[in-house]
Design a protein around this ligand. Sequence first.
Ligand SMILES: [Zn+2]
Length: 304
Amino acid sequence: MSEDIPFNKTLDLAPDTVDEVVPGVRRVMANNPGPFTLKGTMSYIVGKGKVAIVDPGPADPAHTAALLDAVHNETVTHIFVTHTHRDHSPGVPALKAATGATVYAEGPHRAARPLHIGEHNPLDSSGDRDFRPDVMLKDGEVVAGEGWSVEAVTTPGHTANHMAFALREQNLLFSGDHVMGWATTIVAPPDGAMNDYMASLDKLTRRGETLYLPGHGPAIPDASRFVSYYILHRKAREASILHRLGKGASDIPTIVRAIYIGLDPRLTGAAGLSVLAHMEDLVARGVGETDGPPAIDAVYRLKG
Ligand SMILES: [Zn+2]
């Protein structure tokens, strides 16, 4: 399944060192490796002299110091934040305090839907609920700096407030966690939503950027082809779920065992939430059904 996507996990980059990924864009990777981050969160520095930083990363003094060191003798005028997971935005306050830069993002952290009665949010600890942008951007808004301009591209799905940023001079997109070159994106309710996620992928197919610089992992060349693989992968996963439900009513752990072969045990919880995201979408579309709202411990069946 996921083997169909031409993933690239090759990333020869030491944490907290500066690397010019394309002319005019530098990257500094935080030292937070893990199953959701590959080797770490990518912070990008856009421009030269008066620069913008995309995603300051986690609250890690060593990473903030490495970013400030990278822009020594330059001025940080703008900070852009793709979304409010704790590996992307908690580095903002220290970077803002040190630079006085203005912070731009879609908005504060929020869930894609209200909690069901009795539901607890398994993702509570992953969200940076303290984050507040100075400027909330709308889809299509353009922010210009010295020698660069960035267009805001709302891309909800991974989180409700996820925003990608198109660097217009370079025809590239800072894709955050919406599209990554080394793994599929986690879409986990209630923070994430599959119908939003698929619509956001579809939106990217109508744009022209040829290179994506993601929140984790290497740059993604031939970006539109990669996005089409991403879409096919999700449709294949949905087909696998429907195939399993065709054999009879199933709970989410049963579906996970049936469709995620060779899953890293650390990702079992995430896989369950990803199936829940599909089930929410299938129930909303009238393809699947369950008793009550779609929940992590519910039993699902095809709608007869
Ligand atoms: Zn994220």
